[in-house]
Design a binder for this molecule. Structure first.
Ligand code: PEP
Ligand code: MG
Length: 544
């Protein structure tokens, strides 16, 4: 047995088999070969397998998300048969006497670059597709599939790190736990793990990654951050006991379903849930959340290989609103950039992406994308109780521009005779110190604030949320952060707006009383934390 120490990001225990997740492009090496005919034969086999895989994905997508969304997998199959693409790979194998993986990777780069340079937006977006099919081919060639999709056994995914787009692509029904060698606990991958309700550990280290192999048994303890590989019987039975106690705790929390979020002295608060997509609604309802306080709409973009259309977005938003049956649903507009990268946006590499071209900055400079999303949101508003909020606000003028664009969209919809609700609440995220400091000016312009403590922490403490090496400096309870929240709460209330917290700190029950005393009206947390926070609220007495 060997023990490795990382940082737990979701408290739960899992026992199961390891499955190594390899990034296909990271594995590509240039290898000189003698038998180029053999490389072409391997390539042919990998292609046949890729087409079969894509057919299966197409069939699944057709059932689950409809023909329009599934069509891309049909296009991918056709791209794999494209003569220019295949000739390029063959030529590289023949002319350089190299392995097929390398020839595919070089072809992918060349084609992606060619597509990106085109003027037509549709053709530009094909760059992501060519990378996608090439990664699939390389995966098949090197046998480094992310994990065995043919067995029904759930596995512990182990990776160097996982990008949010890789995390959303995993089949959630087959993941028992996550362990990454690198990564930070405030990253979106960690947030996704919390949403998925599975034990997760980050930063287990290079030694861990180098020593594990597919199929090894392991215990993942998301509470302590420990991973035991090839555990002995005593450790295993202790882990199973802990797992059982965990289930028991969760069962007890279930008794709080249907109860109010009310303190001992009668103060009520809303406890909502954060989601990344329609597929999380089950968990929201199961955990009895009073609404959705943050729908990270960018995951719709991350899951797609092209800009989601107005219709695709409308369908997703409508589904969430209808499923919540009149309960509040706050959808955040696109928050792409920094660690949430989407190939087809073609964003430049930046020195400081967290301080760069992201979120509302993209929306305000690419109003075509923003207006498509707003149109979908306004149209969907007729089907429930919608709130729209805008991320990464730093100034009054940004908010003025946003509100003007919202008015434009409403005028257009009115002219076209398209219905939308007149009760949509508009709000902003308070996730930059600038927004908190001018919250007195911003509050009169909106219906609500939602504090994004993940980014507010990174910007206030000057600590990159993606950098695992500075975690020791990330004091989430830092007085500066709490003062900014308190100041925002006072200003919100002074101007008749309400204020919630949707960052991860909202689920930190050691601060629940502090937040209630500040007058926070809503806490929006991962669905699995709703009942835990309810339990904390019900034990607080604010009269003391
Ligand atoms: C936040 O910054 O706290 C937040 C909720 O948004 P995200 O984590 O998606 O950046
Ligand atoms: Mg944020």
């Amino acid at each position: 047995m060997k023990k490795y120490q990382g940082k737990g990001v979701y408290g739960a225990v899992a026992v199961g088999k390891i499955s190594l997740f390899k990034k296909p492009d990271a594995a590509v090496k240039r290898i000189r070969v003698v038998d180029t005919g053999n490389e072409k034969m391997r390539l042919e086999q990998a292609k046949t397998l890729a087409i079969e895989q894509l057919q299966k994905i197409y069939d699944k997508a057709l059932k689950e998300v409809g023909e329009a969304n599934a069509a891309i997998f049909e296009i991918h199959q056709m791209m794999l048969d494209d003569d220019d693409y295949n000739d390029s790979i063959d030529n590289i194998i023949d002319s350089q006497s190299v392995n097929a993986e390398y020839a595919v990777a070089v072809t992918a780069d060349n084609f992606a670059e060619m597509f990106s340079a085109m003027d037509d937006e549709y053709m530009k977006a094909r760059a992501a597709d060519v990378r996608d099919i090439s990664n699939r081919l390389i995966n098949n060639l090197s046998g480094s599939v992310s994990f065995d999709t043919d067995t029904n056994e759930k596995v512990i995914i182990c990776a160097s790190d996982l990008a949010p787009s890789e995390t959303v692509a995993l089949d959630k029904n087959k993941v028992l736990a996550f362990v990454t060698a690198h990564g930070s606990s405030n990253s979106h991958t960690a947030i996704l793990a919390r949403n998925m309700n599975i034990p997760a550990i980050i930063g287990a280290g290079d030694e861990f990654l180098n020593e594990i192999k597919d199929g090894m048994e392991a215990i993942v303890d998301g509470y302590t951050g420990e991973v035991f590989v090839a555990p002995d019987e005593v450790t295993k039975s202790k882990a199973l006991e802990k797992q059982f106690a965990d289930e028991e705790k969760k069962r007890l929390l279930q008794e709080l379903k249907g109860k109010d979020n009310v303190t001992l002295d009668g103060k009520k608060i809303n406890i909502y849930a954060n989601i990344g997509g329609v597929e999380n609604i089950g968990a929201v309802l199961l955990n009895d959340a009073g609404g959705i306080g943050l729908f990270r709409s960018e995951f719709l973009y991350l899951e797609n290989s092209d800009y989601p259309t107005e219709e695709q977005q409308f369908t997703a938003y409508k589904k969430v609103l209808e499923s919540m049956a009149g309960k509040k649903v706050i959808i955040r507009t696109l928050d792409i950039g920094a660690d949430k990268q989407v190939d087809y946006f073609d964003l430049k590499k930046e020195e400081n992406p967290a301080l760069g071209y992201r979120a509302i900055r993209i929306c305000l400079t690419r109003p075509d994308i923003f207006k498509t999303q707003l149109r979908a949101l306004y149209r969907a508003s007729s089907f429930g109780n919608l709130g729209i909020m805008f991320p990464m606000i730093t100034s009054v003028s940004e908010l003025e521009k946003i509100l003007a664009i919202c008015d434009e969209v409403k005028t257009e919809l009115n002219e076209q005779g398209v219905e939308f609700s007149d009760k949509i609440e508009l709000g902003i995220m308070i996730e930059t110190p600038a927004a908190a400091l001018i919250s007195d000016k911003l509050a009169p312009m909106v219906d609500f604030f939602s504090v994004g403590t993940n980014d507010l922490t990174q910007y206030t403490l000057a600590c990159d949320r993606q950098n695992p090496d500075i975690e020791q400096f990330v004091d989430t309870h830092h007085e500066a952060i709490l003062r900014l929240i308190e100041m925002s709460a006072e200003n919100a209330h002074k101007h008749g707006a309400w204020i919630g917290i949707c960052g991860e700190l909202g689920a930190d029950t050691s601060l629940t009383e502090t937040f209630l005393r500040m007058g926070i009206d809503e806490l929006s947390v991962s669905p699995t934390f709703v009942l835990k926070v309810r339990s904390a609220v019900r034990s607080i007495d604010l009269s003391k």
